[in-house]
Design a protein around this ligand. Structure first.
Ligand SMILES: N[C@@H](CC(=O)c1ccccc1NC=O)C(=O)O
Ligand SMILES: [Zn+2]
Ligand SMILES: [Zn+2]
Length: 210
């Protein structure tokens, strides 16, 4: 099956949110030592690479990632390029048809896996409310967050939460043409967690699954 990988590679020198736990992978046992297998181990923040936020990340009483319905990350989606904007407002979205695409992934900026972007375009609250009225249930971004890096009130997380919309961050969309695709993006079953790494891929709608 033809697919497009939209997942940020996890690498030891990878970009990390200021003050957060960096990703680290190492071999804890090698084939030479075990005479059988190589065994790896990793340490990371759940927000390091491409990941899905759980409501528990921004709501003390919110659902944890193991409680999120997996169907939210599987189905038709629309990729929109907003790299030319600083703020994405309702009027910027009026020209799009969200009828059959309840998942919207925003290409906010071109990413390099090793560089943490301090600034990137942001949705406005009126854009969030408009998308919600259009039936959108999942918002994805290739930025590290849907809020400013310095925000402590997380207004866009809270607006998305109020509209019961799920968030995916740190996608890798540099190479993806805007348009409608089929998305596969499911979190790990980490009991009690605020987020989970995901492997996100797109397939063309007319793609044969074989
Ligand atoms: N990907 C995260 C970024 C984030 O909020 C964060 C990650 C690590 C440490 C602190 C963070 N946020 C605010 O302090 C987010 O959900 O926006
Ligand atoms: Zn996050
Ligand atoms: Zn977030």
């Amino acid at each position: 099956m033809h697919y497009i990988d939209i997942t940020m590679p996890l690498i030891n020198e990878g970009a990390v949110w200021p003050g957060d736990t960096p990703f680290h992978f190492k071999l804890s046992a090698t084939m030479k030592e075990t005479n059988a297998v190589n065994i790896g181990e990793m340490s990371l923040s759940l927000h390091n690479g491409t990941h899905m936020d759980a409501p528990f990340h921004y709501d003390e009483h919110g659902a944890t990632i193991d409680q999120v319905n997996l169907s939210i990350g599987i189905g038709r989606c629309q990729i929109i390029d907003v790299t030319h904007l600083e703020k994405v407002t309702e009027s910027d979205l009026k020209c799009f048809d969200f009828n059959n695409t309840p998942r919207v992934l925003f290409h906010m900026l071109d990413r390099a896996p090793t560089i943490f972007p301090e600034q990137f375009p942001l949705l406005t609250e009126d854009a969030v409310n408009y998308l919600s009225k259009q039936g959108v249930k999942l918002i994805g971004t290739d930025a590290p967050s849907v809020d400013e890096v310095t925000s402590k009130t997380l207004p866009i997380h809270q607006a998305l939460h109020a509209s019961n919309m799920t968030i995916i961050e740190n996608l890798f969309l540099n190479h993806v043409a805007p348009g409608v695709y089929w998305l596969y993006a499911v979190p790990l079953k980490i009991i009690g967690a605020d987020a989970s790494p995901i492997r996100a891929i797109l397939t063309p709608l007319d793609g044969e699954v074989y």
